[in-house]
Design a protein. Structure first.
Ligand code: NAD
Length: 356
C-alpha cells in the first residue's frame, strides 16, 4: 500500500483531481489517498493555505498529486510544492494519442518531453521599480548604451541563471534522454535559449548545458533560439526527444507543444527535486469552464501515471496509460475540448472500463 496526498488546488484542478482519485480507487490500485486541507479552505480553518500538517503529509507521502493554481491561496500551495521544495526539474511529456484533437495534419508519432528548468530564470518573480534599479546599479547599460535612469518611470524583472542551476537541469536532461533512449528514442537533448540576445544569462545556460551533454557521447546535442524552437516544435515535432528549456521558454513552449499533440487537457507533468517530487497537469484552473463538470481529466490522469511510475508501480502506470490511449482510439467518451460530449466523470468511467 502506497500513500498519496491529493491536493485539488482551485477551479477545474479540484474537479480533475477528485475524478482521478475516484478512478485510481475504483481501479483497485494499492493506494491510500489523503486529501488534507489546503488553499482557501485551509486559509479559513487553519490560518494558512498550506498548513504545517499538510506539508508533513506531503513530505511523508509516496506520491503527491496537485490540480491547478489560480488565486493567491492556491498559488501559495504551488509555491511550497515547487519553489520552497526546490522541485527544479519540470518534466512535461508531449505525446500524441490517436483520436486526440491535434490541429496538425500529421501528429502521429509525436512523443517528446519538454524539460523545463523550474527554479531560475524570471521565476519566482523578482521585480521592482526602475528608479530602485537605477539607484542600485547606476552604471548598468543595455546593448545600445542607455542607462536605467535614462528610461524614466517603469518596472524591471531580474532573470537569474546560475552555473549550479544550469548544470543540475542539464544532468537531469541527460539522465532522462538516456532512459528514453533505452526505450527506443533517439537520445538527443535540444537546448532552447535566446543566447543571441541574452549572451550573459542565456549564454551561460547554453554553455553549461552543452558541456554537460558533451560528457555523454551516447547522446546528441543541438541548440535552437527560442523563436526558432517554437517553429520547429510545430513543424518537426516528431524530430524532438528531450527539449531542455529555461524556465519561461519551457512554460510557453510546453503549452504550444501540448496543443500540437491534442490540447492542454492532455498535458501532464512531474516536478522533481532531490528526494522530492510532485505531479500536476500543465494547465491552470480554467475559470472559463470551472464548475461545469466538463474539464478534460486526461492531463491529471497522465500525471498520476507519472506519479505511479515514480512510486515504483510501473506496471500499474502502463496499464492506466494504455486504458487512456484506448479511450482516445475508440473516441466515444471524449470531453468537449476534444470534440466530444462526455463529462469529466464519464471520461473517467470510460478509462475504468478500458482498464479491462
Ligand atoms: P488555463 O490553463 O487555466 O486555461 C487555458 C485554456 O485552456 C482555457 O480556455 C481552458 O478552458 C482550457 N483548458 C485548460 N485545461 C483544460 C482541461 N483540462 N480541459 C479542457 N479545457 C482546458 O490557463 P489560463 O486561463 O491562462 O489561467 C487560469 C488560471 O490558472 C490563472 O490564474 C493562471 O495563473 C493559472 N495557471 C496555473 C497553472 C498551474 O497551476 N500550474 C498553470 C497555468 C495557469
Amino acid at each position: 500500500m502506497k500513500t498519496v496526498v491529493a491536493l485539488g488546488g482551485e477551479g477545474i484542478g479540484v474537479e480533475v483531481v477528485e475524478a482521478t482519485c475516484e478512478l485510481l480507487t475504483a481501479a483497485g490500485l494499492p493506494l491510500k489517498i489523503l486529501t488534507p486541507p489546503h488553499g482557501e479552505a485551509a486559509q479559513r480553518t487553519h490560518g494558512s493555505p498550506m498548513p504545517e500538517e499538510t506539508r508533513r503529509l506531503c513530505r511523508q507521502a509516496d506520491g503527491v498529486l496537485f490540480g491547478a493554481a489560480g488565486g493567491p491561496a492556491s498559488v501559495a500551495v504551488i509555491t511550497w510544492l515547487r519553489w520552497e521544495s526546490d522541485a527544479y526539474a519540470n518534466v512535461r511529456p508531449i505525446k500524441y494519442y490517436p483520436g486526440a484533437r491535434s490541429p496538425l495534419e500529421r501528429p502521429q508519432g509525436i512523443d517528446f518531453v519538454v524539460l523545463r528548468e523550474n527554479m531560475e530564470g524570471l521565476y519566482p518573480a523578482r521585480e521592482g521599480r526602475l528608479d530602485e534599479l537605477a539607484r542600485g546599479m547606476p552604471e548598468l547599460r543595455d546593448r545600445i548604451g542607455r542607462r536605467v535612469a535614462d528610461h524614466g518611470e517603469g518596472a524591471f524583472a531580474v532573470k537569474v541563471v546560475t552555473r549550479r542551476g544550469a548544470e543540475r537541469i542539464a544532468r537531469f536532461a541527460c539522465a532522462l534522454a538516456r532512459r528514453r533512449k533505452a526505450r527506443g528514442h533517439p537520445g538527443k537533448v535540444t537546448c532552447v535559449t535566446k543566447s543571441n540576445i541574452l549572451s550573459a544569462s542565456d549564454g551561460l545556460f547554453q554553455q553549461v548545458a552543452e558541456a554537460v551533454v558533451r560528457e555523454h557521447p551516447d547522446l546528441a546535442w543541438e541548440h535552437y533560439y527560442v523563436d526558432d524552437a517554437a517553429r520547429r516544435l510545430l513543424r518537426f515535432p516528431q524530430a524532438m526527444d528531450v527539449v531542455l528549456c529555461m524556465n519561461l521558454y519551457g512554460d510557453i513552449l510546453s503549452d504550444l507543444a501540448a496543443e500540437a499533440a491534442g490540447g492542454l487537457g492532455l498535458a501532464p507533468s512531474g516536478c522533481y527535486g532531490d528526494g522530492w517530487a510532485y505531479f500536476e497537469s500543465v494547465h491552470g484552473s480554467a475559470p472559463d469552464i470551472a464548475g461545469q463538470g466538463i474539464a478534460n481529466p486526461t492531463a491529471t490522469i497522465l500525471s498520476a501515471v507519472m506519479m505511479l511510475e515514480h512510486m515504483g508501480l510501473a506496471g500499474e502506470a502502463e496499464r492506466l496509460e494504455r486504458a487512456v490511449a484506448r479511450v482516445y482510439r475508440e473516441g466515444r467518451f471524449l470531453t468537449p475540448d476534444q470534440g466530444g460530449r462526455a463529462s469529466t466523470r464519464e471520461f473517467c468511467s470510460a478509462v475504468l472500463g478500458a482498464l479491462g
